[in-house]
Design a protein around this ligand. Sequence first.
Ligand code: ADP
Length: 428
Amino acid sequence: MRKSAPRPKRKDTTVPPRPRHSDTSLIHQEPSSQWPRVPDVVPAAWLDRLLAAAVDLPLASGERAVVTAVVEAVAAILPGYAVGACFVPVGAATPRDQVLVRRLPEGIRESSAGVDPARLFPVLAHEHVSPLPGSTTGSTLHVASDVDPLDHERSPTVHLVDRTALVLTRALAVARDLASPARTVRDARVLEERLMQADKLATFGQIAAGVVHELNNPLTSIVAYSDYLIRKALADGAPRDADDVERLKRISESANRMLRFTRDLVSYARPSNGVAGPVVLHGVIDQSVAFCEHVLAAAGVSVDKRYGADVLTVRGVSEQLVQVFVNLLTNASQAAPAGGGQVVVTTQVDAASRRVRVVVEDNGSGIAREHLTQVFVPFFTTKGDRHGTGLGLSIVKNILEAHDGEIHAESDAGRGARFVLELPIWSR
Ligand code: ADP
């Protein structure tokens, strides 16, 4: 540490010239020639306390709550000092009249004998005053001591108190901003939900994978044997008992549904691993259409691909993107009009955002306005228990989010559904 040059002595109670901090970083700041003896960084333990104070701030806090939090934090980190704050109206001579908060260290008794009215802690020999950064009402922070001269030009305490006040008031401003009615609690809630979801899925994925593993073999046997018995019963003309065939069909259908559900559950909870790399988007869509050939043909749905000439590669995991389009095409087939329908897939590059926009549009039953966002919620289905798992679009959304992409649904109910996707273009 450099030694400071001798300077004319200043009265402790005057408001010292504030260092100009051009750096917006909360923690690190350039050492200023005005503050020669102090560390550059607020110690970690202090930051813990500052953050704790910021987090504990009541949601609808006003300036009083903020200033109180600053004082509490400074008092907690400087147990041997008196700390307080007051609001100083323009031209006021006695800040004590406007005291907001006062914290005296243990063992110090208040006395007003022979007090200097400019002081908040007249009983103590030295007092440092600094304006609270960010205060709209002229609040000042006071730190007082009998032992520490609190000479603002040499005292590390003063420097750290100033810096602490700066850090905390900024942290509190952020906390207040987040909690403000304009932002609502939505942001915090979204964040919390995401964290909970991620946490739940980690466990859920493991359980689901285990369950699926146990279920797959017996279910596959049930499907295979019931199909075999149905074919056998129908092979020799009219079956001996038509009701039994019907029962067998139900067994097969139910077992198939369970297989589909367990498969979806695993995809939802644990999307296939894979490292994102360059993926030829049109190749992925072609492959998905090929996978869905059977479903599309059964519903009489044709696919019209309108590929943008310049759409080349996106950043992604190929098999996951195939699943996105398989799910969208399957849904479009299931929503198709009775006589058959059409799906149009359009791709287009947005050069400015370096993203590809894909629109998958069908002319099926459409989605009711109130369901447009709900369709992405896990287990939401309008297809009834027999056909829908309600996981297809949540899988799609999860995959897109993992790709730094987006999806939303549009529909004029009764006149088809449109899914609009965005994916980042591959770049090294
Ligand atoms: P599921 O297909 O098992 O119901 P999804 O998550 O794939 O689950 O879809 C949720 C719901 O979204 C469907 O039940 C349906 O109401 C609606 N939906 C999805 N795609 C379409 C579409 N192309 N046309 C009409 N409705 C759709």
